[in-house]
Each structure stands twice: as structure tokens, then as C-alpha cells.
Design a binder for this molecule. Structure first.
Ligand code: NQM
Length: 295
């Protein structure tokens, strides 16, 4: 890592030795939300990034996959790499048919570039609205991208915070593809499942059958910390209502965690609390991601 790309002084590095999960994942389980960072010497971080992480490349990611008992990964482009998707695409190529990717792209992306990404395993783009992570992108630019990628059967992953949902909702409803919302739209879990903010999100999914949710990141949403019991009701509610439109992932290597670094094995043990039956676990971890990313 060059001096210029030295990790932030308060950066928390991923867990060095996660426990073996007590929960046994179903055969063929997909970690449908994870990232790679660099390594920076090979894949430098983007100049416009808002944070500089530790290196966390494909070698460590695939070792974690095998340790936890996952079969497949969906690698989501992290904002520290901007629109430079090389690290993510390289990891996807190395993963072969066991990896898929979600890219961040410019408005002027060409069809040839989309084809090249598709060949590497990319199946969607991410639109990020979280202000601490990215500079604002005009909605027209996002819509132009959406109209280009839809011909490839790709979908759109959106990341926003609960307080911004009302403003973004009309835009989400215009999107012409399947739309996957990261981390349930980041509810404030001190407010309760019945709070109008979370109910707005549920209603959005109720009214728009193309909208899916990742029931991810209890470690990010929790106010209490491990074992994240204050997040269970939120995830469980979404899984119970929309069992065929939910995904789960580790979020390894857990960018921008400040309170603590989760044990990825303990995160896997969270799954049966939010998807209590074998049938729900099979949908969440295998059937849904296979339909969206490997069909
Ligand atoms: O890992 C996540 O999904 C969440 C992130 C980081 C992120 O999305 C990114 O850098 O692209 C966050 O809340 O800081």
C-alpha cells in the first residue's frame, strides 16, 4: 500500500479468526453481499474515495467462504474503488461460476463495457445514496444507466438511509428492473418495527413486487451490539412477508464499522433467528440468490 493509500487511522480490520458457525448453512448457500478492497498495490483505491480501508482481497474472501460453509459469493463494488471495477471483476473471474458481481458505473458506460463485465460475472449495478460514502449522482444519470443495463437482464442494487426513503421513493418506482435494497434501507432499530419509517419500507415492498431486500448488517444497525437481538424483529418481519424476495450476506470485510468488528461465524448464527424454518433458509440462502444471479 503506498503512503497515500494508508488505511484510515480509526479503521477496524476484519476479524482475524471467525468462529465456525453453529448454524449449518444449506448446501449451495450464497453470501450475497460482500466486498473486496484491493489489494491496493495491485488495485489502487479511487482518488475520490471517502475512506481508505485495509487490504481485503479475493484470497481472504474465498478463504472465509470456505471456512463458513458458503458455496458462492456476490461481490458488491465498494465505494473506495469508485467506478473502477477491476478488483471486483478480478475476484469474480477467479471465483469462476461461484462468484457474481455488482458494479458501479459511469453514465457513459458503453455496451461493450457492459458485455465485458457480464462475461466476468457482473449481473447488476449499485446506486449509492449514502452521503458519507459518495458525492451526489443526478437521478437522470442513474436512469440512463438503468436503461442501458436492463437489456442484459441485470438488476439494480440501491443503498440509502431510512430518512431518505420518502425522497427517493418516486425514483425507485421508476426503475425498470428488479431492485434490491441494501440492509433493509437502514432502519433506526430504536424506533420499533411498527414505526412509520419501517412501515413505509414494508409498504414499498408490498406495492412493488420488483423490489427485494437484503436482510443484512445487524452489526451495523444494532444499538446493543452482539448478538444483535435488537435487529432480529426487523429482518424476521421482511423474511416472513417476502420470503421469495430476500437475500443474505456477511458484508465482509465490514467497511466503516466503528463500534466493533463482528465475528463472521456469529453473523451466520444470526440467520436462523430471522429465517426460523428450513424452507425459509433455503429460499433466503439458495433459491432467491440463484434465481437472481445464476439463472
Ligand atoms: O458494506 C456496506 O454495504 C456498507 C457500507 C460501505 C459501502 O457500501 C461501500 O463502501 O460501498 C457502509 O455503510 O459504510
Amino acid at each position: 500500500m503506498t503512503e497515500l493509500q494508508k488505511m484510515d487511522p480509526d479503521w477496524l480490520v476484519f476479524h482475524p479468526a471467525p468462529k465456525l458457525p453453529d448454524f449449518q448453512l444449506p448446501k449451495g448457500a450464497v453470501d450475497a453481499h460482500c466486498h473486496v478492497f484491493g489489494p491496493a498495490a495491485e488495485f489502487p483505491f479511487a482518488p475520490e474515495r471517502k475512506y481508505t480501508p485495509c487490504d481485503a482481497g479475493k484470497v481472504e474472501l474465498y478463504a472465509l467462504r470456505d471456512h463458513l460453509g458458503f458455496t458462492r459469493n456476490v461481490i458488491v463494488q465498494a465505494t473506495c474503488h469508485g467506478n473502477d471495477n477491476r478488483a471486483m471483476m478480478d475476484a469474480c473471474r477467479s471465483g469462476g461460476d461461484l462468484a457474481r458481481g455488482i458494479a458501479s458505473v459511469r453514465g457513459d458506460i458503453t455496451e461493450a463495457e457492459i458485455r465485458e463485465m457480464h462475461a466476468a460475472g457482473v449481473r447488476g449495478v449499485r446506486f449509492n445514496f449514502v452521503k458519507r460514502l459518495v458525492d451526489d449522482t443526478p437521478k437522470e444519470v442513474f436512469l440512463a444507466i438503468a436503461n442501458k443495463i436492463k437489456h442484459f437482464g441485470w438488476h439494480i442494487v440501491v443503498y440509502f438511509e431510512a430518512q431518505d426513503l420518502e425522497e427517493i421513493e418516486p425514483f425507485l418506482k421508476q426503475l425498470p428492473t428488479t431492485v434490491v435494497v441494501d440492509h433493509m434501507g437502514r432502519p433506526d432499530v430504536s424506533k420499533g418495527v411498527d414505526h412509520p419509517d419501517f412501515q413505509r419500507f414494508i409498504q414499498l415492498m408490498e406495492d412493488n413486487t420488483n423490489i427485494w431486500s437484503k436482510v443484512t448488517c445487524p452489526e451495523r444497525l444494532s444499538k446493543q451490539g452482539p448478538p444483535y437481538d435488537d435487529v432480529v424483529a426487523y429482518c424476521a418481519e421482511i423474511v416472513a412477508r417476502f420470503p421469495d424476495r430476500v437475500l443474505w450476506g456477511t458484508d465482509w470485510p465490514h467497511p466503516n464499522m466503528k463500534s466493533h468488528m463482528p465475528d463472521d461465524g456469529a453473523l451466520v448464527d444470526f440467520i436462523p433467528k430471522i429465517a426460523p424454518s428450513k424452507a425459509l433458509q433455503q429460499q433466503l440462502l439458495v433459491d432467491n440468490p440463484m434465481r437472481l444471479y445464476w439463472a
